[in-house]
Design a protein around this ligand. Structure first.
Ligand code: DLZ
Length: 212
């Protein structure tokens, strides 16, 4: 069999600069092993494109069915905070750190508090919604897949904020694992689609959003 395929994402026309972007990730917790790998893949690529770790906000919900509502809330919350923001905060670097490395009461902590306050005043430039639906023996899979797909499309069109569709709809556990780059066969670990979603978020936020 040929070792190449025509499938997959083509190279972007340019490398996008994510350094000024604020990106949200909303992920479900069903099928957690797969989710964790996908979220990590997305975060890795966001950072590789220059998005500051502090500008990546990660929220979770129980299952994929909750993704459209939660994504809409996150986007709306960001817009509301941006509207209410104090002008003095808007000039600051926007950092919302995932990893807390500074000690309470130190100047570094004070800086970080300021940066966090500033970050909270920013709108999201894009949100990645991540879920993993695995087909079972009932119709759950079909209903949830369809509702979530339409729901997420509606959220991005209604809010004008790009929403990356990071939902795997797998027919088997192995399909889901392979699409998160953690297939059980060492010869066929697969590709982590979370990475593509990270790249898509930066491209949409840094390029497509500027078209209109
Ligand atoms: C109930 C359910 C089932 C059966 N399967 C999945 C799944 O494979 N992936 C997923 O993300 N969520 C699943 N859920 C949970 C629903 O998405 C949702 O959280 C509940 O129905 C509560 O609204």
């Amino acid at each position: 069999m040929a070792d190449h395929t025509i499938k997959g994402l083509g190279a972007p026309p340019t490398k996008y600069d994510g350094s000024a972007l604020r990106i949200g990730i909303v992920h479900a917790r069903w099928n957690d092993v797969v989710i964790k790998s996908l979220v990590q893949g997305a975060v890795d690529k966001l950072k590789e494109q220059g998005v500051k770790e502090e500008n990546i906000v990660i929220k979770s919900v129980p299952g994929s069915y909750e993704l459209p509502f939660a994504t809409q809330k996150l986007i709306a919350g960001g817009k509301e905070q941006a509207t209410k923001a104090e002008p003095s905060l808007l000039g600051s670097t926007n950092l919302l750190s995932l990893v807390d490395e500074v000690r309470p009461g130190t100047p570094a902590q004070a800086d970080k508090d300021k940066q966090q306050a500033a970050a909270a005043t920013r709108e999201f430039d894009a949100v990645i919604a991540i879920g993993v639906l695995i087909k079972g023996s009932t119709m759950h899979f079909e209903y949830i897949s369809e509702a979530v797909t339409h729901g997420l499309m509606r959220v991005q069109l209604d809010t004008g904020t790009p929403v990356v569709f990071g939902v795997l709809t797998a027919l088997t556990d192995e399909q889901a694992l392979v699409r998160a780059g953690i297939g059980s066969n060492p010869e066929e670990k697969g590709h982590n689609h979370g990475e593509d979603w990270g790249l898509a978020a930066v491209e949409l936020a840094a390029s497509v959003s500027e078209w209109g």
